[in-house]
Write a protein that binds this ligand. Structure first.
Ligand SMILES: Nc1ncnc2c1ncn2[C@@H]1O[C@H](COP(=O)(O)OP(=O)(O)OP(=O)(O)O)[C@@H](O)[C@H]1O
Length: 378
């Protein structure tokens, strides 16, 4: 049981905002507990009948931390109409809790499907799911939002793993460049996010998202991690840096996908494959996996079909996935305090103030300025 789950009362059987009856605990994370709910307005059998309700306690959080939660909901709301991003239907709060009403996703998260090896040696399932994820991230970037914590645990999936839905915008930002190092989940962080390799310089949040997609692709193809941390102190990453064939030699992957990975894992973020290029390359790829012929010709570890190469998967390693991010001090986004949202009875605090209001205006203003003066002016 997570700390959040332990400190929250049992909401089972409660009805939130007159309509959402909580019927089952789906899981808990660092900050809240997620229930399956029935929307009592919907007929039995309607796809909209089931919802997920995430409940986050306010007690013990600073105003800044509460602002981070509101920002998460606000940024998620901006992109939640994409088919591969989990939909937020409502965001409510009362004196004590936030209640975030989401699409119910019955298939668990991508981490589960990766551990079940759902995508291994299944080119079309993998291609469809991975490209959907790329599309979701592209949609975020088109709306000036970088996710910053892309990992299989933050992607929900359909039961067969063919459909994926990006979730958990807790670290998302509208900043293109950021100088906050070490924020995210180490396994998925690009070298420049750790700071050392790039001299602690500010880095591009969207390029870092692309790197994380590369690690997720390795997870989906192999059920393993390529390294624990993209740092020269990491034995596997150091091997990758010294040998361009490291991934090809380690895993039973096709030459084609290793070339794609080489573009994603470019050390220089400016040389990293763009999302458009990545999508196109994956769509045009013959196969992700090493063919028998290719395997016969190779005398590598990968050729033996060995599944203990690379780094094993380990869930939930997000030591820096913190609510107390210093980013809030300088966040340019005026999202922190939607009027009237903190006190009083549970009510709809969200979609008008947060979605159509300041966030959207800010993003649109940025978009116009970028069109006028070019990207990167801020
Ligand atoms: N929309 C949803 N539909 C179905 N299950 C969900 C949904 N959202 C979350 N869950 C389930 O609830 C669990 C907890 O989700 P939550 O977002 O609180 O935490 P997390 O992502 O595991 O952790 P953290 O917030 O610490 O990153 C998830 O692992 C998932 O199994």
């Amino acid at each position: 049981m997570s700390a959040a789950a332990a400190s929250l009362p049992d909401f089972m059987g409660c009805t939130i905002e007159k309509y959402y009856k909580l019927i089952e605990v789906l899981g808990s994370g660092s900050f809240g507990v997620v229930y399956k709910a029935i929307d009592t307005r919907e007929e039995a059998g309607s796809p909209a009948r089931h919802r997920a309700v995430k409940i986050i306690q306010k007690a013990g959080r600073t105003p800044k931390e509460l602002g981070v939660i509101r920002r998460e909901v606000a940024l998620h709301s901006v992109v939640s109409d994409h088919p591969n991003i989990i939909t937020i239907h409502d965001a409510l709060d009362d004196d004590d809790y936030f209640y975030i009403i989401l699409d119910f996703c019955p298939g668990g998260d991508l981490f589960y499907h990766v551990t079940e090896e759902a995508y291994m040696n299944n080119d079309e399932l993998l291609r469809g799911a991975f490209v959907s994820l790329v599309d979701a991230v592209q949609y975020c970037h088109d709306h000036k939002i970088a996710h910053r914590d892309l990992k299989p645990e933050n992607v929900l999936a359909s039961k067969d793993g063919s459909k994926v839905f990006l979730a958990d915008f807790g670290l998302a930002t509208v900043k293109r460049m950021i100088d906050e190092h070490g924020s995210g989940t180490a396994l998925y962080m690009a070298p420049e996010c750790h700071g050392k390799l790039s001299g602690d310089k500010p880095y591009c949040t969207r390029s870092a998202d692309i790197w994380a997609l590369g690690v997720i692709l390795v997870n989906m193809m192999t059920g393993r991690n390529p390294w624990e941390k993209a740092s020269m102190k990491d034995e596997f990453f150091a091997q990758f840096m010294n040998d361009p064939d490291y991934l090809y030699d380690t895993f039973a992957l096709s030459r084609g996908v290793c070339n794609i990975l080489a573009g994603i894992f470019a050390l220089n973020p400016l040389q990293r494959t763009s999302l458009c290029e990545l999508r196109e390359a994956v769509m045009n790829l013959d196969t992700f996996f090493r063919s028998d012929t290719e395997t016969d010709e190779s005398s590598t570890t990968a050729a033996s079909g060995e599944s203990t190469v690379g780094v094993p998967l380990s869930p939930g390693l997000s030591p820096d996935n913190s609510l107390s991010s210093d980013e809030e001090d300088e966040d340019e986004s005026p999202l922190a305090t939607p009027e009237g949202s903190i006190s009083g009875q549970p009510k709809n605090i969200g979609m008008v103030d947060w979605k159509v209001g300041s966030t959207a205006e800010l993003l649109m203003a940025r978009h116009r300025l970028e069109e006028q003066f070019g990207a990167g002016f801020y």
